[in-house]
Design a protein around this ligand. Sequence first.
Ligand SMILES: [Zn+2]
Length: 491
Amino acid sequence: MILAREQINRYLRHILIPEVSGPGQKKLLESSVFICGETVKDTAAAIDYLAAAGVGRIECQFNDNVGVEELLAGIHDLNDDVVIGVSDGSQCDFRIFLGRPEFILQKQEMICNAFVPTVISLFRSWTGGQQIFRDSECLCSFMAALAEVQQETGCEIPGENIAGEIFSSCVLAALSALEVIKLSLTIGGVTDDFCYFNLLSMDFFKRGRADLKHALIELCTPRQADVYESGLEDRKVLIVGAGGLGSPVAYALALAGVNTLGLVDYDTVEISNLNRQILHTTSRIGIPKVESAAVFLKHINPGLSVILYNTSLSKENIFDIIADYDVVIVAVDNFPTRFLLNDACFFVGKPMIDAGVIRFDGTARTILPHKSPCYRCTLAAIPAAGTIPSCAESGVLGPVPGIMGFIQAAEAVKWVTGQGKLLSDSMLFFDGKYSEFVTIKLNKNPGCPLCGTNPAIHQLQEYGFQCEDARNEEDKANKSNALSDCTLRCS
Ligand SMILES: [Zn+2]
């Protein structure tokens, strides 16, 4: 199999990663995955990320087939390299089972009767757990432990929080896609532990075999639906960037029932966006990203109000644009826009939720002006051009921005509904190669030029867009030469 020129452009961000490169991408195109879920909605994000990444064949099965025709049509338009169908998945290289614990137990016979490497992903409202199995014995003993816990705890929880389920299932969906890609490419560390997360408390931990039952009890035990769900319908969230991070943020917030989403992006859809930017499709290449995103979002939530800003943020327009919104989500890939947002949100007291991704890694944090450390507390000024690599230079693996963007969306809903613990005095790091989440405490810096005790910045500055753009132009030229015909576009 030889990658065609168009495929090189499509998968360029993967090909730039040394561990993946061209041979890895070919291997993905020759791999097949079976994905089994209760509903199309629960698993759609996993299928989107697998298809976007170029996993060649995807077989799926759902208890409830509502929406399956639209899903298949959407995948054809997202990536025509992928063959997708509904089947029992008996001929696939890998399997993903994604659902509530009771659904996974319903599939026990199917899970235990045959074996290929399998990812089991369980979710409840706001919480989730995942384990990867490379042998049948471990898988069957896990299923036996789950059955035992269900008998003890009852598992079924009436009146679960819908938004909470959306965030936990979406994070698991992107994690599942990432694990299958790593299994297919035999890269990174595949843990045999059960990985558990709680998006309300932002706790992430791993449990070995000895503690598995305890972790499953934590996931399965009925608890009161403890999250205030109403109140989302009159909330407005602004997303700056409709690309790798903006796609999952907007996707999850639209599903969760946020009333109004503002989208800011000046770029148009390109083929090199489509390995990870799941709001966009092949047929929308060339149209503004905000318009392409609106088509997708209105499709999954017809009642959603989407306000489009097909422009780049500047110190002239930023206050007008952010004024109408409850919270600002930073889904950009450059420092000048981050610093502009940091400063503007500080001056008007607007919370902002930031994330960044590169290669296998991601970060996320929430900045509450005057309360939590701001961007300049750790990095006083915009780094000099060339000192920090960007994802356009180093690549990014498709599902990684998915995981971080879904976490940003969860943070936004926690903020607007006043629930849970925010990442406001800490930063979350995700190491996708080893599937590790680590939270690092951050402190306000009294010497910060913006929010410190003796600030030097009292109004918006110049944010160096010229310099960054010029550097990117230069990089484009260099990378284009190195990769012969490849087009490298920073987006
Ligand atoms: Zn500060």
